[in-house]
Ligand binder design. Structure first.
Ligand code: HEC
Length: 126
C-alpha cells in the first residue's frame, strides 16, 4: 500500500510545518504527477476506458461524478450529483467517505499542497 494511507498518521505538528514551509506556492503539475503515481495509479488509470480497482480518471475534471464507462460505481457516488470542480476533487481526495458516505474509495490525502498538485495534474488528463 502506498503512502496514501500512511500519510493520515502523520503527527499534526509535521503537517503544520509542511504547510507553512510550502506556503502559498503555486500548484505543481509535475509534483502532482508524482503524487498521482505514488498514491492513485495503483487503482486509477489515466487513459480513457481503462478501469482498475477505481475508474479511469481520464477527462474526469469538470464532469459529473460516476460517468466513466463500464465502471461499477457505488450507488452513493452515482446518486451524489457531484460535479468535479477543483474544490469537490480536493474534498473527495481529502476524505472520500467523509464527503460521500457510502463511497467505496478509501484512503485520505491530508497534505493540502499534495492535493492541490494532484488536482492540477488530473486537469491535464484529456
Ligand atoms: C485503493 C484504490 C484507490 C486509490 C488508491 C485511489 N482511489 Fe480514487 N477511487 C477508487 C474507487 C473504488 C472509486 C469509485 C468510488 C465509488 O464508486 O464510490 C474512486 C473514485 C475516484 C474519483 C471519482 C471518479 C468518477 O468517475 O467520478 C476520483 C476523482 C478519484 N477516485 C481520485 C483519486 C485520486 C486523486 C487518488 C490519489 C490521491 C485516488 N483516487 C486514489 C479507488 C481508489
Amino acid at each position: 500500500m502506498g503512502v496514501f494511507f500512511k500519510i493520515g498518521l502523520w503527527p499534526a505538528a509535521v503537517m503544520i510545518l509542511a504547510v507553512s514551509t510550502v506556503g502559498a506556492a503555486a500548484q505543481s503539475i509535475s509534483n502532482g504527477k508524482d503524487v498521482f503515481e505514488d498514491e492513485c495509479a495503483v487503482c486509477h488509470a489515466t487513459e480513457a476506458n481503462i478501469n482498475g480497482k477505481g475508474p479511469s480518471l481520464f477527462a474526469v475534471a469538470g464532469t459529473r461524478a460516476a460517468t466513466a464507462t463500464k465502471f461499477k460505481y457505488s450507488a452513493a457516488l452515482i446518486n451524489s450529483g457531484v460535479i468535479w470542480t477543483d474544490d469537490q476533487l480536493d474534498l473527495y481526495v481529502k476524505n472520500a467517505k467523509a464527503m460521500i458516505p457510502g463511497s467505496t474509495m478509501g484512503g485520505k490525502l491530508d497534505d493540502a499542497k499534495a492535493r492541490a498538485d494532484v488536482v492540477a495534474y488530473i486537469k491535464t488528463l484529456h
